[in-house]
Every structure is written in structure tokens, then in C-alpha cells.
Design a protein around this ligand. Structure first.
Ligand code: ADP
Ligand code: MG
Length: 369
């Protein structure tokens, strides 16, 4: 099923130099990297860390990335291919774009769904300079033909190009410069085994600790030249679903609110609480869509078990959106369970929404009669 999100037609590639000569400012088309996310914001790039030392949290991952980078530099080598997986807004693009900067090499940015045939990938491969990075976002969405075209490129830095048809058909081999693929995916489970095996390094980014998000909110408030009290930062962080992008978005919306409501535009706990209420983000950080999902599961399917496709139909949303954007946090916060028979709303979810499980609930199926 096609995704509803807009995919960038990446004509001149996301080619951009991040190497030594480049100023700290992100190039103007850098935002091209993520029109996937409706949450995304013009501020996203301004707030995105530019160097590894500015990346907040994910200490273990950052430490391992630091080791890979240092070893690569010391050997004067090309970095091995790296796969980053984790829910949306968790820092995959951030880490992928920090790496070439640390290595002073170029990066090209491509989006899996926009590469519909090998010919779409070919320019990226031939343009890849020695040691440069090719970032492929949503790599689990590469069509099989493109994936197969990528295998020899990743393994032997070589592509096999088929020319002509019928009797005239022949294949030419083209040698590429050694380069690094950094793949990002919200669903490592959807990646084929041969694809996954081509990555020397694999890192999983998990939801952030509260303290990390508090730091992120405070730091980014400074970047946005806004005052925020520690308590207010805590409140914003607590309701951000453990996700930096959500924390940033709430911060920006809260700042707008503060500008209008507070004489100095300062974000106080009271202002933050009012802004969060206006945004319909509840005490657990659930947004309207998250609550609608749970309500659908409870009202239409008696709390489950229900298949994700059925829930998606009831909500008129693509199942992908539900699996990527809604379910991970609900699972993580114990409001939802995935069972072999389908999704089940937990007692905590019923309690949170102030509902009671109907008799016989849990057996699934719409309770029409
Ligand atoms: N570890 C981090 N430290 C600081 N800011 C972060 C971190 N991870 C993400 N962000 C912020 O969140 C935004 C979204 O992150 P991004 O890397 O685009 O997520 P993903 O690619 O996983 O969807 C970034 O623009 C950045 O401002
Ligand atoms: Mg991204």
C-alpha cells in the first residue's frame, strides 16, 4: 500500500558537502532529508546537532559510533556500512548526518521509496566519492530490484549494468569508489536478511530517558532564545513520548504560546501546562491520534485482540502509519500488547481513558449486538 507521506523526488540528489570547508550552517536543502514526517518543522534543522559531542543521550550508541569513527580515521579507511533503526524522530537522521561531518567526507541523501528502479540509485553510486557516505532513509522500502542492485555495490563496490535487450544484451561491470552506506529504518524487521547482513554495524536507537529530554529542551530553548524554567522543561520532556522530535515540536509550540501569554515570553510550568492542553497532549504524552487508536481498539474491537489492518481500516489510516507512529510508544508504555492473535489494550489503557472493559471483552470482534 502506498504511503501517504510525501516523498522527495531527489533530483540533484541530497548531495552536499559537509567536509572541512563547509560552514557550520546546514545547507539550505538539508531539510530535503525528511519531508516524510508531518510533525517535521522548519526548526528541525536549526535544532539538529551538528557534531557527535552535541548529540544528547543514547550514550552507548554514541560511544560505539565514536569508536568506529576513531578507528576508521586512524586506519585512513572507509567506514563500514551502518544500519540505524528506531522509531520516528529518535535521531537516526541526526546521527547519519553527524558521521560524515566527523569524518570530513561528503554525504548524499536518498529515500528508499523514491528509488523505484536501479537507474534511480545509479547516479548516487557513481557520484559517491572515496570514503563518502550514502544515507538511505527508510531503507526497508527499497524495491527488491534496487536492493539486489545495491548488494554488489556494498560488498565489492561494483555495479552490474544490463545494456540492450535480446541478442544484443550484455552486462558491464563498473567499479565504484569505496563508500559507506548508512541505512535508516523504522522497521528493521522488514529488512531482508541479505540486506541486513551487508551492514557491518547495526545500532538500535531507543526512546530517550527523561533527564536527556529535559536537557534537550533546556538546550534548545537557549538556541531559540527562550527562557524556560527547569520545571517547565521537565513537563515538556515528560510528555514527549521519549522522542526528541516531539520534545522539540512541543517546545516550539509552547514558545509561541508563551510569547502571547507571558510578558517576557518565558515558559513557566503554568504556560507549559496550558500549551500542552491546547495541543491535546495528555498526562502520559498521548496525542489525539494515540487516544483515538486506543478508543477504536476498545469500542470497535472490545479491547482486542484485533489485527492492525482491521484497526487501520476503522481509523481510515494506513497500517504503516499506525505501526510506525502510534504503536511503538503505546507498547513501550504498557498501554498496548502485541499478541499472536492481534493487538490488545491493557488494563492500564482502559484506566487511562476512564473506560471499563465490557464483559467478554478480550475475545475480539466488533460488539455490534
Ligand atoms: N540525540 C539527539 N540529541 C539532540 N537532538 C536530537 C537527538 N536526536 C534527535 N534530535 C532532534 O530531533 C529531531 C528529529 O531527529 P531525526 O534525527 O530527524 O529523527 P529520525 O531520523 O530518527 O526520524 C532532530 O532534528 C534533532 O533536532
Ligand atoms: Mg529521519
Amino acid at each position: 500500500m502506498p504511503r501517504e507521506r510525501v516523498i522527495r523526488g531527489d533530483e540533484d540528489g541530497g548531495r552536499r558537502g559537509l567536509g572541512g570547508g563547509n560552514s557550520g550552517r546546514p545547507p539550505d536543502h538539508a531539510r530535503g532529508g525528511q519531508p516524510f514526517d508531518p510533525d517535521d518543522d522548519a526548526f528541525d534543522d536549526a535544532l539538529r546537532p551538528q557534531r557527535l559531542c552535541h548529540v544528547i543521550g543514547q550514550n552507548k550508541v554514541v560511544e560505539r559510533v565514536r569508536v568506529m569513527l576513531d578507528a576508521t580515521k586512524k586506519r585512513g579507511d572507509t567506514l563500514g556500512h551502518l544500519l540505524l533503526d528506531g522509531p520516528p524522530g529518535i535521531g537516526k537522521t541526526t546521527i547519519a548526518t553527524v558521521i560524515p561531518r566527523e569524518l570530513s567526507v561528503d554525504i548524499q541523501i536518498a529515500a528508499g521509496p523514491a528509488l523505484s528502479a536501479p537507474k534511480d540509485l545509479l547516479p548516487y553510486l557513481t557520484n559517491a566519492g572515496h570514503g563518502s557516505v550514502l544515507f538511505i532513509d527508510e531503507i526497508h522500502r527499497l524495491p527488491p530490484a534496487v536492493e539486489e542492485f545495491l548488494y554488489p555495490a556494498m560488498e565489492d563496490f561494483r555495479v552490474d549494468i544490463a545494456l540492450g535487450e535480446g541478442l544484443n544484451a550484455r552486462t558491464i561491470n563498473m567499479q565504484l569508489k569505496p563508500f559507506t552506506v548508512i541505512g535508516a529504518t523504522t522497521r528493521s524487521g522488514m529488512l531482508t536478511a541479505p540486506m541486513r547482513d551487508r551492514f557491518v554495524y547495526r545500532e538500535h536507537l531507543d526512546f530517550y530517558e527523561l533527564e536527556d529530554l529535559v536537557e534537550l529542551v533546556c538546550r534548545n530553548a537557549t538556541k531559540l532564545k527562550t527562557d524556560v524554567t527547569r520545571e517547565a522543561a521537565h513537563e515538556v520532556a515528560r510528555r514527549s513520548q521519549g522522542t526528541p522530535r516531539k520534545a522539540n515540536n512541543i517546545l516550539i509550540r509552547t514558545r509561541d504560546y508563551a510569547t502571547l501569554r507571558h510578558a517576557e515570553g518565558k515558559i513557566t510550568t503554568e504556560i507549559a501546562a496550558e500549551a500542552l492542553e491546547m495541543l491535546e497532549i495528555d498526562g502520559l504524552g498521548l496525542e489525539r491520534q494515540d487516544r483515538r487508536y486506543l478508543q477504536t481498539l476498545m469500542d470497535v474491537f472490545g479491547g482486542g485482540p484485533a489485527g492492525v489492518q482491521a484497526i487501520a481500516h476503522s481509523m481510515s489510516l494506513p497500517a504503516d502509519t499506525i505501526e510506525d507512529d502510534v504503536e511503538p510508544f503505546l507498547l513501550r508504555s504498557g498501554l498496548l500488547q502485541r499478541t499472536p492473535r492481534g493487538r490488545v489494550a491493557t488494563d492500564a489503557a482502559f484506566e487511562h481513558l476512564g473506560r471499563r472493559r465490557s464483559q467478554g471483552g478480550g475475545e475480539g470482534g466488533p460488539t455490534l449486538f
